[in-house]
Design a binder for this molecule. Structure first.
Ligand SMILES: Cc1cc2nc3c(=O)[nH]c(=O)nc-3n(C[C@H](O)[C@H](O)[C@H](O)COP(=O)(O)O)c2cc1C
Length: 470
């Protein structure tokens, strides 16, 4: 099994899209075509998910923050960021009105327990007949601590150590039941085979979890693991457990380095590097001409309020109060953040490298790598990154919804299909199938183990094949 390929063995693109409210751009909710209620409208979310499915996207992705966005709440009343759905609840609803598209949601390993997460994603995988994916995050925002009885955020690298053990426990819980252990033998009165139920008995540095999980093995074995680490600790974690790795890289050279680096790290852990897909972000605005696309972008950027521009830069570069600095002046000196270091380095590098003012940095950073153009030039960009091994696919953050997604599906997707880079129709039914990822076996031998996390099961050395009858 290799990365997604067409019938003739050619490597094919894969695509996800972020779905939450009125779109990825901070001023998207002010766009004349955005949903009138600020984005908590189920019909709107269904419309976008079904549009993406019409475009044979692999994934609809719901990001998450366990706090309202914005450190001091000053700019919050000017954004739609404080009013979002809980991801799994939204994805469960979407599972009933879609048939093929993968359903990927974020859950934090810092402010959850493994049992909760294992159970929820197993449920989503069953509800959707094998379309669930978990975006494993260690919580990017220090503000989440205050919602969980803590004064400070866990230290960056400690969060990743906890995350690695967390994922091991979740995998062990998903493997509680063997495939086929649930018999439903009504004649003999045997619901499941007790020999096919295993209790993890996990005792580790961060978690003690007896198990077993109270739901049978997910249709995919394990829902697909998504991840977005970028720092040293984050990339190691991606190499260990990530099957799709998001990255905010905006330049091709940086994306190529990231791509080569995480694949090499995965190979060094004994994994097949084709089983780790790299998805940079893409925020496209498409129109018939370059000028029309630029006009659409400028219309959106002009909707960024001054308070939002200042806060946007402050939140992105981290640990800095910009209130005394003029928006049309340069970014001052700043210290290292305990939040996302890679993001901080990227933003500061951009500001210094191009001599940007705070306002310009806000406009540039607000789109998350906006690509503006015609269907052909956007397809050129996608093709260049894909064939140049900077990307196996993209996580598309449409700046405003549903319009930008409809334009992409109607104009860019056909162009990518014409070039033979993207599927004409779904050929598989599960998310693992779409992505060309293997299904983890329930009781893996040493050769399978390498592909479900190199150290998987190490902490669960106490894992027994004890069969329990409940
Ligand atoms: C496309 C994308 C989506 C992300 N989604 C989330 C999210 O939903 N919740 C979250 O807390 N962090 C999210 N992150 C942040 C990452 O989890 C991670 O903290 C960040 O990439 C920095 O990596 P580092 O922790 O290794 O420095 C996302 C990052 C990217 C690039």
């Amino acid at each position: 099994m290799t990365t997604t390929r067409n019938g003739r063995g050619r490597r094919m693109l894969t695509f996800g899209a972020v779905l939450q409210g009125a779109g990825g751009h901070i001023a998207g909710w002010r766009h004349p075509l955005s949903p009138p209620d600020g984005g908590l409208d189920l019909a709107h979310h269904i419309r976008v998910a079904q549009t993406l499915e019409r475009g044979t996207f692999d994934v609809v992705f719901v990001a998450d923050l366990l706090a309202v966005s914005g450190a001091h709440l000053d700019s919050l009343p000017r954004t739609a960021r404080s009013n979002t759905f809980e991801p799994l609840t939204l994805l469960a609803a979407l599972s009933t009105v879609t048939e093929r598209i993968g359903l990927v949601g974020t859950a934090s390993t810092t402010y959850n327990e493994p049992f909760h997460v294992a159970r929820k994603f197993a449920s989503l995988d069953h509800l959707s007949a094998g379309r669930a994916g978990w975006n494993v995050v260690t919580s990017v925002s220090p503000r989440e601590a205050a919602n969980f009885g803590r004064d400070t955020h866990l230290e960056h690298d400690l969060r990743y150590r906890r995350a690695a053990e967390f994922v091991d426990v979740v995998r062990a819980l998903w493997d509680s039941f063997d495939d086929g252990a649930v018999l439903r033998d009504t004649a003999a009165g045997r619901y499941y085979d007790p020999a096919g139920l295993h209790t993890p008995h996990h005792r580790g540095e961060h978690f003690t979890v007896r198990g077993p999980l109270s739901i049978s093995r997910p249709p995919q074995g394990h829902p697909v693991i998504f991840q977005a680490g970028s720092s040293e600790a984050g990339r190691d974690f991606a190499a260990r457990d990530g099957e799709v790795v998001f990255t905010a890289q905006r330049e091709l050279a940086g994306a190529q380095r990231f791509y080569a680096d995480v694949k090499a790290r995965a190979a060094a852990r004994g994994r097949n590097p084709d089983h780790l897909l790299v998805w940079p972000v893409l925020a496209p605005i498409v129109a018939d001409t370059e000028a029309a696309a630029r006009a659409r972008r400028d219309e959106l950027l002009d909707l960024i309020h001054d308070d939002v521009a200042r806060r946007l830069v402050q939140d992105t570069v981290g640990d800095l109060d910009l209130s005394g600095y003029p928006l049309d002046g340069p970014l001052p000196e700043i210290g290292e953040t305990n939040g996302s270091r890679s993001r901080q380095e990227q933003m500061v590098g951009l500001a210094r490298g191009e001599n940007l003012t705070i306002r310009e940095l806000a406009r540039r950073s607000s789109g998350g790598g906006m690509i503006i153009g015609t269907p052909e030039t956007i397809a050129d960009h996608v093709e260049e990154w894909f064939t140049g091994r900077g990307a196996d696919g993209f996580n598309v953050g449409f700046p405003y919804l549903p319009g930008a997604a409809e334009d992409f599906v109607d104009h860019v997707v056909p162009e990518l299909r014409r070039r033979g880079l993207f599927r004409e129709s779904y050929t598989e039914t599960t998310l693992r199938g779409h992505l060309g990822l293997p299904r983890p076996s329930a009781r893996p031998g040493p050769e399978d183990r390498a592909d479900v996390g190199a150290e998987s099961g190490a902490e669960s050395g106490a894992e027994t094949s004890e069969a329990v009858s409940r």
